[in-house]
Unconditional design. Sequence first.
Length: 136
Amino acid sequence: MASPAFEEIVEDFEFLEDWEDRYRHVIEQGKAMEPLDDALKVPATKVHGCASQVWLHPVIENGVFRFDGDSDALIVRGLIALLRSLYNGLPVTEVPKVDARAEMARLGLNDHLSAQRSNGLRSMIERIREVASEHA
């Protein structure tokens, strides 16, 4: 059910045997992502439940879901980039059907994210699903 962009990331991760290399790759994904415009970093786009500052700005056009996001933590920016590759471009009705936790588990990061990061990831996924469900 993952997008072609996410499947490419899964393939990349298969070549990274060491979890530190995977962690670094996540950070690189975040660095490559365009920063969110400061005007969009408002309370309405802020995700609560994350240890760091996180903003997600969803856009639904013609029934297609996408979002932009940002964080003040490099690893979280990387997680946002991974979630963008998982969800962006999907029909909004398909977004709630994606098992994001299972898809992210394919990257082998679950065992190496701190409890706070795991909670933050869960909060981001919940926000994405909530927004998509409101527009489905």
